[in-house]
Design a protein around this ligand. Structure first.
Ligand code: RFL
Ligand code: PHB
Length: 389
């Protein structure tokens, strides 16, 4: 088999790239290790920047997103039992869009099927060959059969645990990593969201986040120990703890109900440099991870996709490889700014096990400053709604 671009990973980055390429007449195949159902069972991101919404429109996959999503013009920060709102519209020209990653991925799969795009599921043992040459290829096993794919370029969109990054020899890459000493316990429940905007809460008992998917579907998170397990948390315990971590005025009106999903995710910051090796290009979680506090993982995957798509388009349309050559540099410049913002939000809002009284006072001063300073709020708003591509 021969294609222009072979894409490893059928998560949001791989699918978005495939659909954008399709719209420009560039032939691609998506290789996904799991089934479509499995990919769509992962509950993850909920907040979209304008950039990814625009890309969904360009990819021809935005009809449902535009009909069913909600725009948010601000967010709430809570601490010391009180709260304040940061109105994005006061500081930026853009809101954010609340729409689940699961739904966005479903829309991309539907769009791909509608155009008969090539997608292989249950793909095992992916091996990338000759990425440094002008004729790279992929070997893999699909339904027990060996498959060989020749291509011009390979996009590594296979997430943090994929094979693409590992294909770059250790001496040719540098990895920067920070692991946080806590995780997030998340639940999804068919209840009315406690507030119309998201609430990010710093409390003595640890961080909490009140988010949502729609008027009858709430998403809540609690900071938990890294080694904690969902079996340690009944629904009743979750709701009890959440109420203790958010200001009383919200806790009093919180609607609780059975959880329909419960999971724990570790928090880490990670960057792999470079994001390119010969004709292999990394996108999204394959190249970098942020703690979810800034709602940036999916959005940053999308900005990578934008840079790679634009570079591939330039190559196929004009035989100009300037943007391909500078892909890693361009993408990393934005990635590091997003890493900084996500680290900052995480540091400001969580309880750290080794935090001294001094550290706690600094955290409290940071929140006071954010509450009082328009420039601090403008900085949060600018980063939260999304830095330009
Ligand atoms: P994904 O989604 O991990 O998809 C990679 C795909 O590659 C497949 N794969 C392979 N396929 C073939 N061969 C192999 N060898 C393969 N190895 C892996 C996998 O099966 C998978 O389908 O990466 P991608 O596409 O780069 O997308 C990244 C996003 O999923 C991620 O950054 C976000 O979910 C992060 N995130 C959030 N991002 C936001 O922008 N806003 C948010 O509000 C937000 N909230 C979150 C989050 C992540 C969370 N968790 C669980 C880590 C909230 C949470 C709790
Ligand atoms: C979510 O709704 O899942 C969500 C929202 C904001 C975040 C992280 C996750 O910062």
């Amino acid at each position: 088999m021969r294609v222009n671009v072979a894409i490893i990973g059928g998560g949001p980055s791989g699918l978005l790239l495939a659909q954008l390429l399709h719209q420009s007449g560039i032939d691609a195949i998506v290789l996904e290790r799991k089934t479509r159902e499995y990919v769509l069972s992962r509950i993850r991101a909920g907040v979209l920047e304008r950039g990814i919404v625009d890309l969904m429109v360009k990819a021809g996959a935005a009809d449902r997103l535009q009909a069913e999503s909600f725009t948010h013009d601000g967010t709430v920060i809570a601490y010391k039992g009180e709260s304040f709102a940061i109105p994005f519209s006061k500081y930026t020209a853009h809101p954010v869009t609340v729409y689940g990653q699961t739904e966005l991925t479903r829309d991309l799969y539907d769009a791909r099927e509608a155009v008969n795009g090539k997608t292989l599921f249950n793909v095992e043992d992916v091996v990338i060959n000759n990425a440094k040459s002008s004729s790279p290829s992929i070997d893999c096993i699909v339904d027990g059969k060996q498959v060989h794919i020749d291509c011009d370029y390979i996009a590594g969109c296979d997430g943090f645990h994929g094979v693409s990054r590992q294909t770059i020899p250790p001496e040719a890459r540098r990895e920067y990593e920070k692991n946080y000493p806590f995780g997030w316990l998340g639940i999804l429940s068919e209840t009315k969201p406690v507030h119309e905007e998201l609430i990010y809460a710093n409390s003595d008992r640890g961080f909490a986040l009140c988010s949502m998917r729609n008027e009858r579907l709430s998403r809540y998170y609690l900071q938990c120990d890294t080694n904690d397990h969902i079996d340690n948390w009944s629904d009743a315990q979750f709701w009890d703890e959440l109420k203790k971590r958010i200001p009383e005025k919200f806790a009093d009106t919180l609607e609780s109900g059975p959880s329909i999903e419960k999971s724990i995710a570790p928090l880490r910051s990670f960057v792999c440099e470079p994001m390119q090796w010969g004709r292999l290009f990394l996108c999204g979680d394959a190249a970098h991870i942020v703690p979810p506090t800034g709602a940036k993982g999916l959005n940053t995957a999308a900005s990578d996709v934008h840079y790679l798509f634009t570079a591939l388009k330039q190559w196929y349309a004009e035989k100009d490889h300037q943007l391909l050559d500078t892909y890693s540099q361009t993408a990393l410049k934005r990635v590091w700014k997003v890493e900084r913002f996500s680290w900052w939000m995480t540091t400001m809002l969580h309880r750290f096990p080794d935090q001294s009284d001094f550290d706690l006072q600094i955290q409290s001063a940071e929140l006071d400053f954010l509450r009082e300073s328009e420039s601090a709020q403008a900085s949060l708003a600018t980063n939260y709604v999304g830095l330009p591509y």
